[in-house]
Design a protein around this ligand. Structure first.
Ligand code: GDP
Ligand code: IMO
Ligand code: MG
Length: 421
């Protein structure tokens, strides 16, 4: 049996905290897409840690963690992350497994990401510059190197061949930076990786499922950044939605039980691209300040706005969401008035659908106003003790989406989660 936790917006919904909370109920936590562009924040004994590639179950001793074939893996970041979790007493050699089919991010992929963004000028995507796009391009272009190739005696020859190809592309883009220090670190990290359990991920996970064990698939990014269904081209390069679990781990769709969608009580986006409910005024600034909305991977300020129910309903549809976790509800505690977007006006026409084209049209949100609850909710534990205006806000959203908001997160700590099942 497989449950999924994934983001319903533009990433950074608080997935890391929620996966860490649920992890003890599962035998395996598996990442199925994305790579070091992800930044999942967890608090362990009041200490903050940001995970990029290691699944967020790593702090639970009995949980097995798998990096699936759908991920693109940067060995340099992995080594750094392993060293940082080891500082918390985690024996990553024991419970971290990597699929041999997982594609590697090479230093030249990072250089290509940077060169490609530079060449786009004003139209740049705002990539995290971790090499994600170029690594996935080499996967679908059938050129990439995989973790299993490390065990091949011809690995260095294959590496040099791909590097040469990348160099020609970089020359074409007039990219001048010296990446030799990245390369040195890359080869050190490859040596480090040899100590891991490199497995046949699809057999590994299906064996566990066959023995009645439970799997939690941990999504990265968010549904509106999905390469097919997001705000293309301002998206990431993988399928972030529940369908990605099947291809990213090698499991059949009927094995999936719950799809738990995580959404903030408002909305943020980091990087460029359409954001219909964005607030460019004092209220947006207030959300950023109260919500501490700065990127966990890049430190960039996140763009902030009201919750967008048109985009959320679309995300619930394409993912088959069965339960919602609403995070950062406490961030709205002091707002006098709240708004939710219930439709879009596209070139003067009202629609409740996410349009194909969001950049070359005039798009405005239709907003419905709600009174704020003006009280501190961070220490509340029980749904029935929430302020009335807060439950009304939550109920409206839940009714609109026709999905139960089963958990409300009211702070970054593990125990700040209210159950509403
Ligand atoms: P992820 O990428 O989805 O895992 O999310 P990030 O870690 O990038 O960003 C979420 C941020 O919100 C982190 O700093 C979390 O510690 C914080 N956070 C998570 N849930 C809550 C919550 O309910 N309330 C508040 N105030 N912060 C939260
Ligand atoms: P988590 O897992 C928020 C955004 C980038 C950029 C676009 C493409 O922490 O929620 P990429 O590096 O993938 O080429 O960038 O996607 N992006 C994220 N935004 N959270 C993330 O991950 C993101 N990963 C990528 O800002 O706009
Ligand atoms: Mg994040």
């Amino acid at each position: 049996m497989v449950d999924v936790i994934l983001g319903l917006q533009w990433g950074d919904e608080g997935k890391g905290k929620i996966v860490d909370y649920f992890a003890p109920r599962y035998d395996i936590i598996a990442r199925f897409q994305g790579g070091p562009n992800a930044g999942h924040t967890l608090y362990v004994d009041d200490k903050k840690i940001v995970l990029h590639q290691i699944p967020s179950g790593i702090f639970h001793e009995t949980t097995t963690n798998l990096i699936g074939n759908g991920v693109v893996l940067d060995p340099i970041t992995l080594k750094r992350e392993c060293e940082s979790v080891a500082g918390f007493g985690v024996d990553f050699r024991k419970n971290l497994f990597i699929s041999q089919r997982t594609h590697l991010i090479l230093p030249t992929h990072r250089a290509l990401d940077k060169a490609s963004e530079l060449s786009k000028g004003n139209e740049k995507i705002g990539s995290t510059l971790k090499g994600i796009g170029p690594a996935y391009m080499d996967k679908t272009g059938r050129n990439g190197l995989r973790v299993g190739d490390l065990l091949d005696k011809n690995f260095t020859t294959q590496y040099i061949r791909l590097r040469l190809k990348h160099q020609r592309l970089l020359d074409g883009l007039n990219f001048q930076e010296d990446i030799s220090s990245w390369e040195e670190e890359f080869f050190e990290a490859l040596e480090f990786m040899r100590q891991f359990k490199i497995v046949n991920g699809e057999y590994f996970i299906n064996d566990w499922i066959g023995r009645g064990k439970s799997v939690l698939a941990e999504g990265a990014q968010g549904s509106m950044l999905d390469v097919d269904f997001g705000t293309f081209p301002f998206v990431t390069s993988s399928n972030t939605i529940s369908a990605g679990v099947c291809t990213g781990l090698g499991i059949a769709p009927q094995k999936i039980r719950d799809v738990i969608g995580v959404s903030k009580a408002y909305c943020t986006r980091v990087g460029a691209g359409p954001f219909p409910t964005e607030l460019l005024d004092k209220t947006g600034e207030e959300l950023r300040k109260t919500g501490n909305e700065f990127g966990a991977t890049t430190g960039r300020p996140r763009r902030c706005g009201w919750i967008d129910l048109v985009a959320l309903k679309f995300a619930c549809m394409i993912n088959g969401v069965t339960k919602i976790v609403m995070t950062k509800a406490d961030v709205l505690d002091a707002f006098i008035e709240l708004k939710v977007c219930t439709a879009y006006l596209v070139d003067g026409q009202t629609t409740v659908e996410v349009p194909f084209q969001m950049t070359r049209v005039k798009l405005e949100p239709v907003l419905k106003s709600f009174p704020g609850w003006s009280s501190d909710t961070t220490s509340l534990k029980n749904y029935h003790n929430l302020p009335e205006h807060m439950t009304k806000y939550i109920q409206f959203i839940s009714d609109f989406l026709a999905v139960n908001i089963a958990y409300i997160s009211n702070g970054p700590a593990r125990d700040q989660l209210i159950v509403n099942l």
